[in-house]
Design a protein around this ligand. Sequence first.
Ligand code: FAD
Ligand code: NAP
Length: 531
Amino acid sequence: MIPNVDVLIVGAGFAGLYALHKMREIGVSASVIEMADDVGGVWYWNKYPGARCDVESMQYSYSFSDDLQQEWQWTERYARQPEIYAYLRHVADRFDLRRSISFGTTVVSATFDDADQCWRVGTDKGDNIAARYCIMASGSLSVSRLPDLPGIENFAGPVLHTGNWPDNVPDFEGQHVAVIGTGSSGVQTIPQIAQRAKHLVVFQRTPNFVVPARNHPLAEEWQARWKSEYPEMRAQARQVGTLYDFSDTPALSVSPETREAEYQRRWEKGGVNFVHAFKDIMTDIAANQTAADFVHERIRQAVNDPVIAERLCPKNYPLGAKRICVGSEYYETYNRDNVTLVDLRETPIVSVNGQSIRTSAANHAIDILICATGYDALTGALMRIDIRGQGGVSLAEKWSEGPRNYLGLMSAEFPNMFIITGPGSPSVLVNMVVGIEQHVDWIADCILHLKATGSAGIVPRVDAEDKWVQRVNDEAASTLFTQADSWYLGANIPGKPRVFMPFVGGIGRYRAICDQVADDAYPGFETLKEH
Ligand code: FAD
Ligand code: NAP
């Protein structure tokens, strides 16, 4: 049985591992519960061909230990999944974290005990653990979602989800493979599968904007120089998330030739940096259209068949309002003889049968079905746990119209439960390792403050929470982010409330707000007195 602790952490990805290390550092007892049989989180589950980060490796890594960042060698600009997984395994071993992690165990309930002022956490193994604090490091993109296709349960071959990829995957060679979904995961895996499969059919519902990665091996000297500059680089990243080349210039303030040249320069360098070519791309639809037009032209250049090229051009939402994708040879893949693109808006899937997928226009023979169909993002992992706060109030009921919390960190009536990179925080809009470290450090300071002041805990006030939710909504509404049916809004899950969940104001501003709250002795929160 898992023993009682001061802090119970759910999840052993980037967030849970750092939270455990930090809790030990501040001298509180902590343990982690993880449903997988190893550490890694996303990088444990997403073993699909082509999986890699799209924030550069030198930045998509922890900054909390200089020894760690100096000794770890990345091999590519954007590390592949096996390398990031190896890195997280190394972190677990290097900081001796495994002894406090219970693997293969799922947290199913967490109930606040008003009398004893602690959380009582239940697992699928029958544990009942008392913990003063809970840290939900359960992930923003950890609950994968299969599509509701008529007859999918009758499909005779393997049905794989990119976010839950098994170790023993059938060889794609000589097989008829289908990929459903063209978000970041689909975009990464489609070119890889196309090289192996006899035939690949891509079922696309919405095309995405895909910028080239321009991935390459990391030169030794370049990495050494970067490491020597880590103190300054990490300090800057704490303000901006990722060190992109941010512009102060509005797109329409320069000539079309200058604009084109700037887009071209960034296109050639590769990566998400493209979106930061002008300062108003995410706030002004006319500015945004110039970037979209540029990408449309690149698609038309890359794809030989003009009909297919038009199908691949996203036209009904602003660039960046759905998470921009970073790919390698993505558009060029549609020039291959063994790849077919099916536009589900023209010809929807009618049924899945034993060995085929039937659309309104054709029957496609399929041996292996790959679903790159995304996640119940940001709230999914929390909603799967029966979380009950003061007086038995249910988090699922409280959030039934959309997530409500203060600073993205805690929800009123749920004392001492901290949420890492969840809704109401910059979360998935920034380099998530930076966001994770900021959250964990803030939580550690908060727990130290509570100990120092002899408090049994902390809980947000409803009025502070209401104001924060309003602010998150208002800031999102002033951008173009709300103008797409994205998972940021829960639009990919039927019945999920349509609320833009992340805080769009950036990690620097957000950090300043959180720091100010801590410096001012936690206004907007109430503390619990020891009984
Ligand atoms: P996760 O890594 O999701 O870990 C959460 C863990 O909690 C999981 O292991 C899960 O099994 C466990 N868990 C959940 N519920 C329970 C429960 N009830 N009981 C027990 N265990 C539970 N972000 C970037 O910033 N840059 C990138 O380049 C990038 N690339 C990505 C690529 C992919 C394929 C995906 C899917 C996401 C990517 N992300 C990226 C976002 C990614 O979510 C974060 O960067 C980061 O890995 C999140 O770490 P985490 O620890 O918060 O969550
Ligand atoms: P996603 O962005 O949600 O994409 C899912 C895709 O599946 C979309 O194209 C969606 O179409 C389609 N889809 C969903 N249900 C469908 C259905 N019933 N029928 C047909 N199509 C359906 O999911 P993801 O690609 O896994 O990416 C999620 C996030 O994880 C990313 O945005 C990113 O933050 C992160 N990620 C990052 C990387 C990286 O490059 N580092 C890689 C993978 C993931 P609609 O758009 O029409 O809904």
